[in-house]
Design a binder for this molecule. Structure first.
Ligand code: SF4
Length: 292
């Protein structure tokens, strides 16, 4: 298979064939993100994409799951995306899932009928980097949108029936009372957005990013492990929607917690509270074992 540069995909897409339809991210401006800093954004030509699908067909025969890389495949023109989806479903009779990262601005650039057409053509899951529900913080980290637009983007995806995984970042506000505000506002946007999945990751400064420079210059204090768990606890305490699958197993997190809110709420809270009460680092992933 042919890939350009580093390739990222969500943990739950581990068994998916990765089809690179764009190079990089159309926004590429978030202060904490170093994923595509080495790439200049472009959409790959349909010819290149067709060739990759033919190669995958020869190699795998049939496929059940595909993930569209890189950072924001929904930014591609709807007609082209529909053609890519048709090619995939035509090539692989067992295909039942096509997932993609989606940016909030690119999602909002699509009309509801375009999003509906993409869902009907088989775009089944979207991973939206919500990061926080704190409007000021969204602007500070240069997400490209504020609270209302982020919420609208997520709701539009949910409303057309695309399964939504909202990704949020523990520690994004740094220390102090803004940490609590970030957790509360994050629970609030999730309650309003109503995604099917909530994935929490933990801020890790990546060299080459604006956040890394701020940390280096003493302008941003990274939370310690227990402070990130406090945020996780506040989020659990303030999520009120039901049937929300919480995915906290990402390698950046100090304590892998998963479960379904509200069904597993008490168990999930107890897991976090036990570690917070004991302050025993043996429960935590070591810094060496944490990753991006
Ligand atoms: S966090 Fe997402 S939207 Fe922001 S620069 Fe990274 S890939 Fe692009």
């Amino acid at each position: 298979m042919r890939y350009e540069g580093n390739i990222f995909r969500p943990f739950s897409e581990a068994k998916s064939y990765l089809l690179q339809v764009t190079i990089g991210c159309s926004h590429n401006g978030c202060t904490f993100c170093g994923m595509y800093k080495d790439k200049k954004y472009r959409v790959r030509s349909l010819e290149e994409i067709k060739t990759d699908i033919t190669m995958a067909k020869k190699y795998y025969g049939d496929l059940e799951k595909v993930f569209l890389c890189d950072g924001d495949a929904i930014a591609i023109d709807t007609d082209i995306l529909l053609e890519i989806l048709a090619l995939l479903y035509g090539a692989f009779p067992s295909l039942r899932h096509v997932g993609s990262y989606v940016g909030p601005k690119s999602t909002l650039s699509k009309s509801m009928s375009e999003l509906g057409a993409l869902r009907a053509a088989g775009l089944t899951k979207a991973y939206l980097g919500v990061e926080t529900g704190d409007d000021r913080l969204l602007h500070e980290v240069n997400k490209g949108v504020g609270y209302e637009e982020m919420l609208q983007a997520g709701q539009n995806l949910v409303n057309v029936g695309i399964n939504l995984s909202a990704m949020v970042l523990l520690g994004l506000a740094g220390k102090g009372e803004r940490s609590y505000e970030h957790a509360l506002a994050t629970a609030h946007i999730i309650n309003e957005m109503k995604p099917q999945y909530l994935a929490a990751l933990t801020v890790t400064p990546v060299p080459g990013t604006a956040l890394y420079r701020k940390v280096k210059h003493g302008e941003f204090e990274i939370l310690d492990a227990f402070e990130t768990l406090e945020e996780m606890k506040w989020i659990f305490e303030n999520i009120t929607i039901d049937n929300l699958k919480f995915v906290g197993s990402h390698a950046s997190n100090y304590l892998p917690v998963t479960g379904t809110l509200q069904k597993d709420r008490e168990k999930m809270l107890a897991a976090v509270e036990e570690v917070l009460a004991s302050r025993d680092r043996r429960y935590l992933r070591s810094e060496q074992m944490r990753g991006l």
